[in-house]
Design a protein around this ligand. Structure first.
Ligand SMILES: NC(=O)c1ccc[n+]([C@@H]2O[C@H](COP(=O)([O-])OP(=O)(O)OC[C@H]3O[C@@H](n4cnc5c(N)ncnc54)[C@H](O)[C@@H]3O)[C@@H](O)[C@H]2O)c1
Ligand SMILES: NC(=O)c1ccc[n+]([C@@H]2O[C@H](COP(=O)([O-])OP(=O)(O)OC[C@H]3O[C@@H](n4cnc5c(N)ncnc54)[C@H](O)[C@@H]3O)[C@@H](O)[C@H]2O)c1
Lengths: 208, 208
């Protein structure tokens, strides 16, 4: 019963701490105060303490939170310390780029198969991962108990492919196609729009 | 001298209001309170009022903020109400997917050219945009006064291509290559890691 917005903030705290470890190294002795996290993330420190308190007592009064330990706790809460099985629907430009990107595997997201409707692509491989006929998507998800489906097909086919994922029992969908999908409430959805990545930049350009 | 974290929060408020307009329509008569924005974004309402107050008095006490008006104000502050010129370095899988995605143009990010070192790609087009030799990158940025460079080349070439962008006078870089670039302080950088898009999803999967 934790609010979604709290979970989204935990992801922000986790990334913030990861950046600290990148710079300072994996020192057991590094502590961070909620006011320092507040300065780095912009979320007010009382909110940070309240969010973390949902899950346990991680900090020591007067000293702060041990960075290495808190990262591990957050990874456990967010499910980032385990492996998730993923399929990619659409072996086009974006699909190919995602399959080859090592960042997913590093974070525990293992791509198990790619699906497409183009006969010229079916039967081929990208890296060591096979491209299957999208007709087999539902059965593959069920048989291999796939957790997450990534949707990188053209918008006009996205709903029909998403329906196949749902029929196979997918638990969550990462959607790149520019449309709002209609999904049953038990399937978690996250829509990606890369144009949002420009937003922080243009404020500063506006100042020049 | 507005803190970066305030700007990042403004982007969050902007997206939140956009979602409201998507659902409720562009009604002049819709108002929203800071506590409603707080419930939708997870940022505490006093922080929201403080952030917006940096830029002006947008709300009416007791009634809240007029949604349409506040979106326009935020777009003006964030530089989203004007056009920005963009080049893409790397005409590979990710580069091609970004060039063809209509979401960028819709938000005012106009791709002016693509650059690559592969002789088989130079001289071709993606959509109506030409692929140029990366050797011409610096001159193109200077002559056409390009604002933003998107870096979608393999990691081992990313720093050298970023240096060319900087030499041409680029103002900001959106980096997809998995490495930390060394850039002069006046060039704004934003690193994208799509594996972060999975993070909110796995919390819920962990509960199942
Ligand atoms: N959200 C973003 O920021 C963003 C950025 C870039 C692209 N996109 C979107 O991502 C999607 C993919 O883009 P792309 O550049 O890879 O396109 P693409 O045309 O290169 O690839 C699409 C692939 O989907 C396959 N396909 C078509 N119908 C199918 C079906 N019914 N079942 C299975 N496969 C099917 C095609 O055969 C092709 O291989 C598009 O919807 C595009 O708008 C989104
Ligand atoms: N951050 C993320 O979430 C994410 C996701 C997917 C891919 N990536 C990264 O994006 C980058 C591009 O991925 P891709 O799948 O498009 O790779 P790709 O191999 O398909 O494309 C790379 C392109 O860069 C060109 N190139 C190589 N050296 C160059 C140079 N010196 N100057 C100009 N062009 C040059 C190549 O000719 C090729 O066209 C990679 O670094 C990859 O790791 C990141």
């Amino acid at each position: 019963n934790i609010p979604t917005v709290t979970i989204n903030r935990l992801c922000i705290y986790h990334r913030c701490l990861e950046k600290i470890i990148e710079v300072e190294g994996k020192e057991e002795s590094i502590f961070i105060s909620s006011s320092k996290i507040a300065a780095l993330t912009g979320i007010n420190s009382a909110q940070i303490r309240k969010d973390l308190a949902y899950f346990g007592e991680f900090g020591k009064r007067g000293i702060g939170y041990p960075v290495i330990n808190l990262v591990k706790e957050l990874e456990n809460i967010l499910g980032l310390d385990r492996k998730w099985s993923v399929i990619i629907a659409g072996a086009g430009n974006l699909g190919k780029a995602l399959v080859r990107y090592k960042g997913f595997q590093k974070r525990g997201f293992l791509i198990k198969g790619i699906f497409d409707k183009d006969p010229l692509k079916i039967g081929k491989k990208i890296g060591h991962i096979s491209i299957y006929d999208v007709k087999e998507l539902e059965k593959f998800i069920r048989d291999k108990n796939i957790d997450i489906g990534v949707l990188v097909v053209p918008a006009e086919f996205a709903q029909e492919v998403a329906d196949k994922m749902v029929a196979g029992g997918i638990k969550a969908i990462l959607n790149f196609a520019p449309l709002r999908l209609t999904l049953p409430p038990e399937v978690k959805i996250h829509n990606v729009d890369l144009s949002f990545e420009f937003e922080g930049l243009t404020y500063y350009l506006n100042l020049c």
